[in-house]
Design a protein around this ligand. Sequence first.
Ligand code: MG
Ligand code: ZN
Length: 216
Amino acid sequence: MHKITNISMETDVLAENKHLADHNHENLRSKGIRSLDIMGSIGSGKTALIIRLAKEMKKKGINVAVIAGDVTGQDDFNRFQEAGIKAFNINTGKECHLDSLMVDKALDHMDLEGVGFLFIENVGNLVCPADFPLGTDKRMVVISVTEGDDMVRKHPMIFQGADVGVINKMDLAEYMGIDIARVKADYRKLSGGRELLTVSERTGEGLEALVEALLV
Ligand code: MG
Ligand code: ZN
């Protein structure tokens, strides 16, 4: 939870986070590592999607590492390791988002030799991660068809601040009766004309286009 009690404290916290985010960005750039902050709701399939994307990148000769951010536990971290992906676990305790200090410390402990691309899986939540950039090259938001067709319009801040928007689990779209056109129109409007990418981590639909968007 945010522990911010007044406006001037909030300004300090956000300014300090931004300062360290710039530091992280320089640090990653100096090592030749591209990076992506993956935000999204709980259960949208972020972890499984990262595992698929890591495989696609491997085919292109890019070695991947992941920082797994969760409030508690190491379930995602274990899944990455089982998939043969170099991973580092961050437990935020009570915090509902990662911040750039947590990432700075993680980077100090990680063996990044030979890594070309770093995924950072943020805590599942469509609200406060928007306020805390981590210093990645890009930020991506993941939602899925199981969450209803009002997810974008209900969370304008996070979609406005993201470089890439994705709706996952398209293989389930027909069963969910979701109005994809509405979700896409909401995103187009909020993002200033960008297209929401439709993907299915299970069938592989749209993954190639997504990898391309991440490597631009
Ligand atoms: Mg996850
Ligand atoms: Zn938070």
